[in-house]
Ligand binder design. Structure first.
Ligand code: HEM
Ligand code: HEM
Length: 181
């Protein structure tokens, strides 16, 4: 099933969710690894050296995912239980932060007048610095990133709580199959 239905997230939504979850976890582990591992090797390059491209990929994916969601309106699984409203709010917040975190970084780099090239594609060239953009971007990027990180941990725990404690279908409809016995 490609499209969403009230019973199940469709393949496209599942693919977006799990690919982005991987990128988000990689981004977080990469930043944390930067604190403990100063080494200059393949692992540190893969985890930390790719911070900017990974962030841009996340931004592109979230934009595409929001377009996809707009086509699925009215046929998506409803939120479960008495905490449904809270779940809906936390999902909206995840989307907002997944947009604002990379956008604030773009503001910071552009505002500092630096160039940004991702996998050979020039997103913008060196130029004059723009103080307000550097200040706003620099002020927002790190705190919003850690807020996103905390929300993400809560989200993952909630998903596992639904599956293993409440034993409802929340995880199954995003995973496509039942986890564990
Ligand atoms: C969802 C995507 C992203 C996440 C979760 C994220 C996370 C973070 C975190 C946690 C920090 C703080 C690191 C520290 O305290 O040592 C940071 C710093 C930074 N990130 Fe990101 N980031 C993302 C996207 C991006 C993008 C797209 C770019 C650039 C194109 C970028 C550029 C930077 C820069 C330049 C810093 C240093 C900021 C400063 O010195 O104030 N990030 N990021
Ligand atoms: C790796 C462990 C993860 C698990 C077990 C998990 C579990 C789930 C589940 C069960 C849902 C469906 C909730 C429902 O509709 O009732 C969901 C939705 C969602 N997850 Fe995750 N998730 C994980 C990682 C992540 C990560 C890292 C992110 C990104 C920050 C994320 C972002 C989202 C978003 C935005 C939704 C809402 C989907 C929508 O309705 O459009 N998830 N997740």
């Amino acid at each position: 099933m490609i499209k969403d239905s009230p019973q199940q997230y469709g393949l496209i939504s599942q693919l977006f969710h799990w690919v982005m979850a991987l990128y988000m976890v990689k981004q977080t582990v990469g930043v944390l690894a930067g604190y403990v591992n100063e080494a200059d090797n393949f692992v540190s390059h893969f985890l930390h050296g790719s911070h900017q491209p990974t962030g841009i990929i996340i931004l592109a994916l979230v934009a595409m995912r929001l377009v996809w969601i707009s086509f699925q309106a009215g046929q998506r699984p409803p939120q479960l239980g008495k905490f449904g409203q809270l779940a809906r709010f936390s999902h909206v917040l995840l989307y907002v932060l997944m947009l604002l975190v990379p956008i604030s970084a773009l503001l910071l780099i552009w505002g500092e007048g630096k160039a940004l090239t991702i996998y050979g594609v020039i997103l913008f060239d060196e130029g004059a610095s723009t103080e307000w953009a550097a200040t706003v971007g620099g002020f927002l990027h790190t705190p919003l990133s850690w807020t996103l990180c905390i929300l993400m941990i809560g989200h993952i725990l909630a998903g596992l709580f639904h599956h293993f404690v409440l034993k409802d279908t929340a995880l199954i409809r995003m995973l496509g199959f039942k986890l564990g016995a």
